[in-house]
Design a protein around this ligand. Structure first.
Ligand code: FE
Ligand code: CA
Length: 496
């Protein structure tokens, strides 16, 4: 036991980024995960990896050795290739004479291949203190081929009271602090089991760095140079702890997370990053920036909000996305992203008679021109069956998205927010407020959970799966709503 512990695999194993011939296999050596450096010596350590067709590893078909590098927190990201499409595989690691748990993963179907069916689950927002991970137990039981996580994998907050458990370190600002925060989350056995059950596709939201940040500005409008230093540390720790490719590895405060993944001819996932490149928030009193005061979360409309030069994705990512929406040939096109896209304003408590007029500056609602360019692009480019999958709001919503220039015509897409794994949305009356927005078909903020999607050539069924009590690790789950989207007919066809 050179590493001085029973196992260096305290944070489990994971896979992600499935392609037709491979995927990323992940682990991180951390014999003492809550210590600085995970209890590892400050040198590179070799890690054997194996991929087999069977769970007993009788038929190992790929293997090799990777280096767990202290510069990457002794994480390992193996990009396996040369596998056959549309098949399950098993993988494990060996370090210091100790074998890791076995993970199950799979390859994507061959490019353009006909695929009868795909089941995937998606979720977001798993604040450690707000609950246990019963949702992950149930997601594993659904036996999905893919799991999508749409942001707020960790929360950066200092330990708080009133939850079911507490964060184990102070609010992180550097790589060492974020590593301990990820270790805290990843030591959870239910989360580890979900990573070991299927490949994941991930994107981040704000709390992987800090609440409601926008580009180089935190929620306090603090010094952007200091914030970018923090962002670099947070991005580094994010990459170290998730099954991402080397192409997503950050360079300082910059990282390229946006990408597409295809599932044969059936589906494409356009995964985007609406945090890193966003421009200034809309309709903010100028003194807030100058005086480093907290940004205004909800704003009344102002001309600046509609300025077409304002960006949510940054010009480069936006051009890339609009191009991808024109090129895609898959039958379904899922925009996998973090914050609510459907036009969705809230009620001003001082003027309830005015209806929903308060725009959340932190969401797409604060960047409507950028949002409308995507909505128009789906129509102009005839993107097949666009569906948006989102997180962030700690609620379930199912909405029809309408063309900005033809709001009374048939919808152009549907959007689903699959609840939160644990995080709370304590807003009484939120459901009623939500329904003040046209397009909202379902809204529920008092139940935690996730969404399950069963996709075929004919249509897709989306189930919202709600936990009886996210504070109970043994909580039951049930279907709280069911939706159908038909191929060739945008929007939600049926809700029950
Ligand atoms: Fe969240
Ligand atoms: Ca968020």
């Amino acid at each position: 036991m050179l590493l001085g512990s029973d196992t260096p695999f305290t944070l489990g194993v994971a896979s992600g980024e499935p392609s037709p011939d491979g995927m990323v296999l992940w682990t991180r050596l951390a014999p003492h995960p809550l210590e600085a450096g995970g209890g590892m010596p400050p040198r590179r350590v070799p890690v054997r990896w194996q991929v087999a067709e069977d769970e007993g590893f009788a038929r190992v078909i790929r293997s090799g050795t990777a280096a767990a590098d202290p510069a990457a927190g002794h994480s390992v990201h193996v990009e396996v290739s040369g596998l056959r499409p549309a098949r399950p595989y098993f993988y494990r690691f060996v370090a210091d004479g100790v074998a890791s748990p076995v993970g199950r993963t799979r390859t994507a179907p061959a490019p353009g291949a006909t695929v009868d069916h795909l089941r995937f689950c998606f979720g977001s927002c798993q604040k450690y203190e707000a609950g246990y991970y019963a949702a992950w137990r149930h997601i594993v039981a659904e036996d999905p081929e893919l799991i999508l996580f749409l942001g707020d994998y960790i929360y950066e907050n200092a330990p708080g009271n009133g939850g079911v458990r507490r964060h184990l370190n102070p609010e992180p600002f550097d790589v060492a602090g974020y590593r301990i925060r990820y270790a805290t989350y990843k030591m959870d056995p239910l989360l580890q089991a979900a990573h070991a059950a299927a490949p994941w596709i991930v994107t981040w939201d704000d709390h992987e760095v800090a609440n409601d940040y926008a580009g180089a500005l935190d929620e306090h409008n603090g010094d952007p140079v200091a914030f970018l230093t923090r962002r670099a540390a947070a991005y580094q720790a994010y990459w170290e702890h998730l099954p991402l490719r080397a192409a997503a590895r950050p360079s300082g405060p910059d990282a390229r997370l946006y990408r597409t993944l295809d599932w044969g001819a059936l589906a494409q996932f356009q995964v985007i990053d609406d945090r890193q490149f966003r421009g200034a928030r809309a309709c903010q009193p100028p003194e807030l920036l100058a005086e480093h005061r907290d940004y205004l979360v909800g704003v009344l409309d102002c001309p600046q909000r509609h300025d077409t030069s304002r960006t949510m994705l940054g010009d480069v990512q936006e051009r890339w996305l609009l191009d991808a929406l024109g090129k895609t040939r898959t039958q379904w096109n899922f925009l996998a992203q973090q914050t609510l896209m459907t036009p969705f304003a809230m009620i001003d408590p001082r003027h309830p008679e005015q209806g929903a007029v308060v725009h959340p500056a932190d969401r797409w609602e604060g960047y409507p021109a950028a949002r409308d360019r995507i909505f128009r692009r789906w129509v102009d480019a005839k993107t097949p069956n666009p569906v948006v999958l989102s997180g962030d709001i700690h609620a379930f919503t199912a909405t029809d998205i309408h063309h900005p220039d033809h709001p009374d015509a048939a919808p152009v897409a549907a959007e689903f927010v699959g609840g939160s794994i644990t995080s709370l949305n304590n807003h009484p009356g939120w459901r009623d407020e939500a329904k003040a927005n046209p397009g909202v078909r379902f809204a529920e903020n008092e139940v935690r959970g996730y969404a399950r999607v069963d996709l075929s050539g004919k249509g897709s069924e989306v189930l919202f799966r709600g936990l009886a009590d996210a504070r109970n690790p043994d909580s039951a789950v049930s279907t709280i709503a069911r939706f159908e989207v038909e191929s060739g007919r945008a929007g939600i066809a049926e809700a029950s």
